[in-house]
Design a protein around this ligand. Sequence first.
Ligand SMILES: Cc1cc2nc3c(=O)[nH]c(=O)nc-3n(C[C@H](O)[C@H](O)[C@H](O)COP(=O)(O)OP(=O)(O)OC[C@H]3O[C@@H](n4cnc5c(N)ncnc54)[C@H](O)[C@@H]3O)c2cc1C
Length: 436
Amino acid sequence: MPVTAATRHLDDRYQVTIVGAGPAGLAAAVAAREQGAERILLVDRDAEPGGILRQCIHSGFGLQAFSEDVTGPEYAHRFVERVLERDVDVLTDAYVTDVSRDLRVKLMSPSTGVTSVETGGVVLSTGARERTRAQIRIPGERPAGVMTAGLAQKMVNLHGYLPGQRVVILGSGDIGLIMARRLILEGVEVLGVFELLPHPSGLGRNVVQCLDDFGIPLHLSTTVIDIHGHDRVERVTVAPVDEERRPLTDQAWDIPCDTVLLSVGLIPDGELARQLHLSLDQRTGGPVVTSTYETSLPGVFSAGNNLHINDLADWVSQEANVAGAAAADVALGRVRARQDVAVTPGTNVRYVVPHTLSTDLTQTVSFRVKEPIYGDTILRVGEAHRRKVRAVVPAEMVTIKLGPKVLESFAGETLRVDAIPAAAADDLAAAGDDEQ
Ligand SMILES: Cc1cc2nc3c(=O)[nH]c(=O)nc-3n(C[C@H](O)[C@H](O)[C@H](O)COP(=O)(O)OP(=O)(O)OC[C@H]3O[C@@H](n4cnc5c(N)ncnc54)[C@H](O)[C@@H]3O)c2cc1C
């Protein structure tokens, strides 16, 4: 997917500058252009735009955006084409090192050197980072062969190398599940996926299609408690955990292997957000945003995994459509939508994005539950919205679209977002108390 129209010379000033050309950045660029911005710069540190999708060669993308099941690179390619058709300046191989509070974007690249551009609006779409061994503190030796699942995916799918021959996967996040299948297809022995929690962290469809269909065992409530090997991993010790997630060491066993892949979660890449002193949400790790994904610094927007960890690229694109269009509005001096309703996580909800809503707009509220509910579940946004769904699990993001009319009578209020078993909701309603 070469970017034939890649930019070599930059203007001093752009109306909208977008940092990161994954699905979020690409969609934001298209939306900013459609909204009337004419000078748009899209910057990425990689050699090609597309973000993490370039290494996701499996299908499962685009069901919402295109009503079609496409691979990650195909999904990215469709957006890259749209961007190039719209005469956006795309600068690849360029690292944004700094965004100042007066909206100067500093970057460095082999083609431009160290330089900076002034901009009317910025979209931060820098994606996420994988949690590493250091962040989950697995004891043991420090041999080669321990790496994140995303790095292994990059090695296999982009560079044609195998990470090892006998692999143990710690964590059942989507990247680990996808890599379990990918490695089996490459002839590698995948000895099992070990998950600390009593439920998988990845999407249900990935558990079925990547593990069950290939006979790869998933050990829930089990973790790696030790890694052995001097130069290279030789074996790991795994153990079941109790309800407090403490390893039951008397039931531990050893597995000979040469590689440990970690799929233990993603964290929004918050470097620029922190530099800018944006208000951050401790629950998501990303910025606090309005209904148009504007952060606490006017003119700076955040979308995609930089804002919160999305399960589907399609949601990322939708979010970035809003952010890109709003960044163009700000750059063109248009009036912002009112932000007159706040939302906050309530019962069984880990986080909610965005943090404020507008009675001027139709907007999407996205959230994740803390605990799975396998049965009829009531989703509520205060008294403004109530819907029954068949089940909810933490791995699957929930989205609710709210129109301005629905919110009109709640101006000035804070609405709690809840996800509770339908039976419990009925009991509460019967008791005349619909809150928990
Ligand atoms: C293994 C895996 C499997 C997945 N499977 C599916 C699936 O089947 N279906 C689906 O819909 N979704 C899937 N997803 C999710 C989807 O890929 C992500 O939600 C999506 O890619 C996030 O988009 P993003 O634009 O926010 O971030 P990214 O795609 O990570 O893009 C961020 C970009 O920002 C750039 N960047 C970061 N910092 C800087 C900087 N300072 N300067 C310049 N550039 C910078 C990076 O180089 C990168 O290109 C999967 C994800 C993974 C990892």
